[in-house]
Design a protein around this ligand. Structure first.
Ligand code: FAD
Length: 391
């Protein structure tokens, strides 16, 4: 397995164990069937509790059943899961970084006790509702809103492109609290825990996807949905809430994309040494060797960035802009290298018998969600110049 500059030699025992557990899970439980799931547009939902038992959901959190593993261990977990499929890593990212994290960071004690243990074991599934049909890259203009009525809130609006919404038990919905509006201001954005079996909630599945097919994606439509005040996340107001969750998830993506690229590289390397043309393996051609050399170099430099993020995160020095740089770079790298790997497999490369074309298709989503490549460019541009180019 590609680890060209020996980064894994310095891993601790727990980190190796988590890496190996995830790698084995992917080899035994994912690889044999993922091509079929991708073709059928299904996710192996029967594995959700097994993933929980193995500790794949937010093991970097502390308490409520989470073991508080190192940020490197968490990153390695994301890397191994995405070597299987970006849909698999998305499942763990959403459940852990986008649902458990905000409850852990901003929830009441009751909310934590009610949800964190069940989400951690995979007994309950969560989803994260931020994007709306008319507000993707600019979620701060969201229209979904909540009005207070006695000791309840009434929610209205539509969220779309929501990973796992059709199978979720609970949605973290970000909405404007209009009852706290002041003058021209529409009210602060707040997080609401919305159980999906409440009256007025519908979660239609989006079926037309050509990317991230082995992942369930849907809408969340909210029509006069009543939730008690105790379902509001009390610890945060404003875009800081959703953005801090996205920083956690993007951190995992920066690692995960390296896993997808590595899987493409290993597939291409093996294929090139096995496949014979013109009387010998195609790996003997300089053109093919150049592709492997470039791929290995790009993967290695992205790995270095991911490991550095882990160090910064561990000591509390990680800034969201660091994560933007790594998400932007590593996903672009994986997207480009998966195409090269696909090319090296010739005609066989366009089938689900091999992973590169599936990864390539998936990475179109990864390039777009959690802040598009363009948006991360603008975040870095603002950080480097002090001038925001968003408006
Ligand atoms: P738009 O914002 O309309 O962007 C269209 C294009 O315009 C992009 O290329 C973009 O880069 C560019 N653009 C936009 N603004 C600017 C600018 N200022 N300058 C230059 N270029 C710009 N969301 C959730 O809330 N929860 C989820 O679980 C979730 N899961 C997803 C799963 C999948 C499979 C997909 C595809 C998306 C998911 N998303 C989720 C939504 C995702 O985060 C959005 O698709 C993403 O933020 C982009 O929004 P948009 O699709 O509306 O594109």
């Amino acid at each position: 397995m590609l680890d060209y500059v020996g980064l894994e030699a310095e891993l601790g025992e727990e980190e190796r164990m988590i890496r190996d557990t995830a790698r084995r899970f992917v080899d035994e439980r994912i690889r044999p069937e993922i091509g079929d799931h991708f073709e059928d547009g299904t996710f192996p939902t029967d594995l959700i509790p097994e993933m929980g038992e193995l500790g794949f959901y937010a093991p970097n959190l502390e308490g409520y059943g989470s073991p508080n593993v190192s940020e490197t261990a968490y990153g390695l977990l994301m890397q191994e899961l995405e070597a299987g499929d970006s849909g698999l890593r998305s499942m763990a990212s959403v459940q852990g970084a986008l649902v458990m994290y905000p409850i852990h960071a901003f929830g009441s004690e009751d909310q934590k006790e009610e949800w964190l243990p069940d989400l951690g074991t995979g007994e309950a599934v969560g989803c994260f509702g931020l994007t709306e049909p008319e507000h993707g890259s600019n979620p701060s203009n969201m229209e979904t809103h909540a009005e207070r009525d006695g000791d309840e809130y009434v929610l209205n609006g539509t969220k779309t492109w929501i990973t796992n919404s059709p199978i979720a038990d609970v949605a973290v919905v970000w909405a404007r609290d209009r009852s706290a509006a002041d003058g021209d201001d529409d009210g602060p954005i707040r997080g609401f825990l919305v159980e999906t079996d409440r009256d007025g909630v519908t979660t239609n599945k989006i079926t037309e996807k050509l990317s991230l097919r082995a992942s369930i994606t849907g809408e969340i439509d909210l029509r006069d949905v009543r939730v008690p005040e105790s379902n509001v996340l009390p610890g945060v107001e404003g875009m800081k809430g959703p953005l801090s969750c996205l920083t956690q998830a993007r951190y995992g993506i920066a690692w995960g994309a390296v896993g997808a690229a590595r899987d493409c590289f290993e597939t291409a390397r093996e294929y090139a040494t096995d496949r014979e043309q013109f009387g010998g393996p195609i790996a003997r051609f300089q053109l093919q060797q150049e592709k492997l050399a470039e791929m290995a170099t790009e993967i290695t430099t992205s790995q270095l960035l991911a490991y550095r993020l882990a160090e910064l995160k561990e000591r509390g020095d990680l800034r969201p802009q660091h994560v933007s740089m790594a998400k932007r770079n590593n996903v672009r790298m994986a997207r480009e290298q998966s195409r090269v790997a696909r090319e090296m497999l010739g005609g066989n490369g366009i089938t689900t018998d091999y992973s590169p074309m599936r990864h390539l298709a998936n990475l179109e989503t990864v390039y777009t969600y959690e802040g598009t490549h363009d948006i991360h460019t603008l975040i870095l541009g603002q950080d480097l110049t002090g001038i925001a180019a968003f408006e």
